[in-house]
Design a protein around this ligand. Structure first.
Ligand SMILES: [Mg+2]
Length: 307
């Protein structure tokens, strides 16, 4: 079977950014996961595991009223900024931005196509509304985020906040800890660093490649306010983000890190918690199964599969 044999429909729904109940976050996260599978099977390449694993985090962060942004005025100076330091997870960011109304949902079809604004690793030069910076060279996005928080707090003296997400394997990069050291030194209480702690990376389980544990103790030693949560639990994620906003309001003089325990590939049974799904897309047959599991209302096979 080829991708063309699947009926891939992107619903046009966009979501507001406001306080929500868990059931609403669950529906948004499911929509984002469907988008991810559709984008990847149409592209025929890309990363499945991390984007699916962080769909819940993105749903709460962008659609729970925690970040300030204006999709129709994407470079509004008063906005909070988000940096996806683990840039290879970009299908989840593209789906999230589209569902927030930054650009047409139909554009998700163009992932990894020549000339598309949705490149396989995010490129700021492609001019995608809402994309703050190029990332994917691991360890560098978080340094950019620290620079943003530094300039917001100490140069502009603004109350803007910077949110950033790194992988856990990404914590093996030395520059990550330089960023952590600088964030604490400059008392960046406007920085919210989220770690996607799925315990997986491209070559295996994180402790088998190079252990980064204990993550919480390391960040504590670096001078962070540390929180941990289940990265698939909407209430726990909401509580952590509320606490960060409170830390910022009270100007505690420390950056915040949220260590979110996640499962790579979450939501698709045959991908869940399997590091081999780090960097490959589903086949059309697998995409069909995944979209059925995700209760996609449109997915059907439109022509007989090749034999
Ligand atoms: Mg990981």
């Amino acid at each position: 079977m080829k991708a063309e044999n699947l009926r891939i429909v992107f619903r046009s729904t966009v979501y507001e950014n406001r306080p929500r109940r868990s059931e609403e976050f669950a529906e948004i996260a499911r929509e984002i996961r469907r988008d991810i599978i559709k984008m990847l099977v149409l592209a025929g390449s890309g990363h499945s595991g991390g984007p699916l694993g962080t769909a819940d985090i993105h749903a709460v962060l962008f659609f729970g009223g925690y970040m300030r942004y204006r999709p129709k005025d994407p470079w509004w100076p008063g906005r909070d900024r988000y940096v996806l330091s683990a840039g290879h997870l970009c299908p989840v960011l593209y789906a999230t931005l589209a569902r927030a109304g930054f650009f047409p949902v139909e554009e998700l079809r163009t992932l990894r196509k020549y000339g598309s604004r949705l490149q396989g690793h995010p490129g700021r030069d492609m001019g995608l509304p809402g994309l703050e910076t190029s990332t994917a060279s691991l360890g560098q996005g978080i340094s950019i985020a620290v620079g943003m928080a530094l300039s917001d707090k100490w140069l502009d003296k603004s109350d803007r906040r910077v949110f950033a997400l790194t992988g856990d394997g990404e914590l093996q990069e030395g520059s990550v800890w330089e960023a952590a050291m600088a964030a604490a030194h400059y008392k960046l209480d406007n920085l919210c660093w989220i770690v996607d702690n799925n315990d997986c990376q491209i070559d295996g389980r994180v402790p088998n490649v190079m252990s980064i544990y204990p993550i919480d103790k390391k960040f504590e030693a670096f001078g962070f306010a540390v929180m941990q949560c289940d990265g698939h639990d909407y209430e726990e994620l909401s509580t952590c983000l509320e606490q960060f906003l409170e830390n910022h309001r009270r100007a505690i003089g420390k950056p915040t890190v949220i260590i979110a325990r996640t499962k790579m590939g979450r939501g698709v049974s045959f991908m869940e918690d399997d590091y081999r799904w780090h960097g490959k897309p589903p086949t059309p047959e697998q995409a069909l199964k995944a979209l059925q599991e995700l209760e996609d209302p449109y997915i059907t096979v439109v022509e007989p599969a090749e034999v």
